[in-house]
Design a protein around this ligand. Structure first.
Ligand code: S3P
Length: 181
């Protein structure tokens, strides 16, 4: 159970597929004692189907509904780092829920990096099939949404542990500034 005096002591990671949200989240968990919640894994656990199965059997809209429900279930989380799915930024309702959980951090990566990480067989319904032009268009269409994050941290060019450290330093600095006020 969360002690509500600690509520808000969370981190929400957003970014396109392949940005390293889960990997960096895991580093934050390891380094700073946060609990990692991977939103996709939470959805899979709750409904007993893989992400490709949910897309195939229920459709994307149903998946998005499950995604919002999963976010809602984290309203009382504390000292938790949430690794979201790349499409979570598409609904205004999700932004309200994410901001209630904690500061939203965009793991920014160049398209070339993302494409290399996603690879050919990704198990990601929106990136499978080899139509890279479509995936790149999806990435570009989402950029203005990702940029609405509270903080932007570069997710390529550094090891996940370095990115995790940069995020923790950023938040500590912010806490320091707030406590001076
Ligand atoms: C999606 C990204 C995936 C997963 C689903 C849809 C998207 O998560 O939620 O396949 O719309 O970008 P990752 O970003 O963790 O791959």
């Amino acid at each position: 159970m969360c002690d509500h005096s600690e509520a808000g002591n969370n981190i929400v990671l957003i970014g396109f597929m392949g940005a390293g949200k889960s990997t960096v989240g895991h580093e934050i968990e390891r380094r700073a004692g946060y609990r990692l919640v991977d939103l996709d894994a939470l959805i899979v656990e709750c409904c007993g189907r893989s992400i490709p199965e949910i897309f195939a059997c229920e459709g994307e809209a149903a998946f998005r509904g499950r995604e919002t429900e999963a976010l809602r279930s984290l309203a009382t989380a504390c000292r938790t780092v949430v690794a979201t799915g790349g499409g979570v930024v598409g609904k205004a309702e999700n932004w309200a829920l994410m901001r209630r959980i904690g500061p939203v951090i965009y793991l920014r990566c160049r398209w070339e990096t993302l494409r290399g990480r996603i690879g050919a067989a990704s198990g990601r319904p929106l990136a499978d099939g080899g139509d890279w032009e479509r995936v790149e268009n999806l990435y570009r269409s989402r950029l203005p949404l990702y940029e609405q994050a509270d903080f932007i941290v570069d997710g390529d060019g550094s090891e996940p542990a370095v990115v995790a450290k940069a995020i923790l330093n950023l938040l500590r600095k912010r806490e320091g500034e707030c406590s001076k006020r």
